[in-house]
Design a binder for this molecule. Structure first.
Ligand code: BGC
Length: 430
């Protein structure tokens, strides 16, 4: 348990831990199979099933097909943003001893669940064989390494604390789109102005998008140390500052679309901003891919800024890919992981996905202005771990908290949410 706690703490503090301990040392190793000898089908499990996320996956598969013409990519995607449906489907398949060749998992605490269950192969020698250790920044590799082992290959780095805005809606409400609010109170004043102009101030969708909004209100209200402390036990969930943060969340939520729970996923919420029906959408920077692919022009049609009160903080998450124990085609999986880790794979995928490459040798000259700003911010901001996207806490903790946040959307009971979040933290911090 101490190992799990230190891992959660490390993930919360560093943001980037692809952790490993325990592991699959006693299981027959898949790691000997070389990618060069791969043939047949490679089944890859993701939640990038449609829209701009599918465009990103397709860009990656195109590089894979060029790298490995003898292999066939088998798309095992299960729809549902943030893996909201996929993760439970995957868990059932793994439990039944029916793993895919590779699956998407968030870097950080989420990965720990799979490691604890001994469902992942150790990829340390894969990193060495492919010189990945030299191509990723040293501090990233340090943060990816726990007890000397690495269990997945990151495909990208996303940012959770971004507000996307419709320029016209802001102007019509008397706001200057080039001067975003500096803190939560100022943002609430802006939300009020948009409301007065007759538009939905803030678009949000169902459960996980509300959790993402919640995490960023917590971050804005509590600051970096207070936010990190929620995951490593240093911040008291029962404290007055958390009560205040939840009160702010309640206020912010009151400016969102009332049909939020019936929106199928993040994309329809972002679409409300694109359509000029809403002023803002707090969303990870996969939204940048949607704006760009839909032909919207940054600065003219839409603009973006860090969640008010979180400037200089990069709320981090990363997707990564694994080699499951018992993968039917381990050599094929290693071919896939080779493309994922490569400069070409990372450039093609991240350009289409709105994210930034983890591989520093990937070419980014033709990336969007937003992405270039994210690359700069990532290099200089304070990094914290996203709650909604598997970096900060294990899946079971996130699931409990998600239930409480969803319930709060209905009853607005601040004390109940705080109590429930505190109980959950105690449960997992024991
Ligand atoms: C993933 C992103 C994805 C987003 C919405 C996040 O958890 O890391 O790759 O675009 O969910 O589905």
């Amino acid at each position: 348990m101490r190992r799990r706690l230190s891992l959660i703490a490390a993930a919360a503090t560093l943001g980037l831990t692809l952790a490993g301990c325990g592991g699959a040392a006693e299981t027959p190793s898949n790691t000997a199979a070389p990618a060069s000898e791969a043939t047949g089908k490679v089944g890859v499990f993701t939640w990038w099933a449609d829209g701009s996320e599918k465009v990103g996956l397709d860009a990656l598969v195109k590089v894979f097909n060029t790298d490995y013409p003898g292999l066939t990519f088998d798309n095992l995607a299960v729809a549902g943003g943030a893996g909201s449906q996929a993760k439970s489907v995957l868990a059932a398949q793994l439990k039944a001893g029916n793993p895919p060749d590779s699956f998407q998992a968030h870097a950080g605490a989420e990965l720990q669940d799979y490691i604890d269950a001994e469902q992942l192969e150790d990829l340390t020698s894969f990193y060495t064989d492919n010189n990945l250790t030299d191509q990723f920044p040293k501090d990233l590799i340090d943060r990816l390494t726990v007890d000397g082992k690495i269990y997945s290959v990151p495909s990208n780095i996303h940012r959770s604390n971004v507000v996307w805005a419709n320029v016209e809606v802001l102007k019509d409400a008397g706001l200057d789109p080039t001067k975003p609010a500096e803190d939560l109170d100022a943002w609430i004043a802006d939300l009020e102005k948009i409301k007065a102009s007759g538009k939905t101030p803030l678009a949000v969708a169902g459960s996980w998008t509300q959790v993402q909004l919640f995490e960023n209100v917590l971050l804005s209200s509590l600051g970096v140390d207070g936010y990190n402390g929620l995951w490593d036990g240093a911040t008291d969930w029962k404290g007055a500052d958390v009560t205040k943060a939840i009160e702010s969340y309640k206020k912010v939520l009151s400016y969102t679309n009332t049909d939020r729970d019936s929106l199928s996923d993040w994309a329809p919420a972002t679409q409300l901003v694109q359509d000029g029906a809403a002023g803002y959408n707090l969303m990870g920077d996969w939204a940048e891919a949607k704006f760009a692919q839909d032909g919207d022009v940054a600065g003219t049609d839409y603009t973006y800024f860090p969640m008010p009160g979180t400037k200089g903080v990069f709320n981090f998450l990363a997707d990564s890919f694994t080699l499951p124990v018992g993968a039917p085609n381990p050599a094929g999986a290693k071919a896939w992981l080779t493309t994922i880790g490569s400069a070409e794979g990372q450039a093609a995928f991240n350009k289409a996905k709105g994210s930034i490459p983890a591989n520093t040798t990937a070419k980014t000259d033709d990336f969007s202005e937003y992405q270039k700003s994210a690359i700069k911010d990532f290099s200089q901001d304070k990094i914290v771990s996203s709650l909604a996207h598997g970096a900060a806490v294990p899946v079971a903790w996130l699931n409990d908290l998600s239930t409480a946040v969803s319930k709060f959307g209905g009853d607005n009971d601040v004390a109940a949410l705080q109590e429930s979040a505190a109980t959950t933290a105690e449960k997992f911090a024991k």
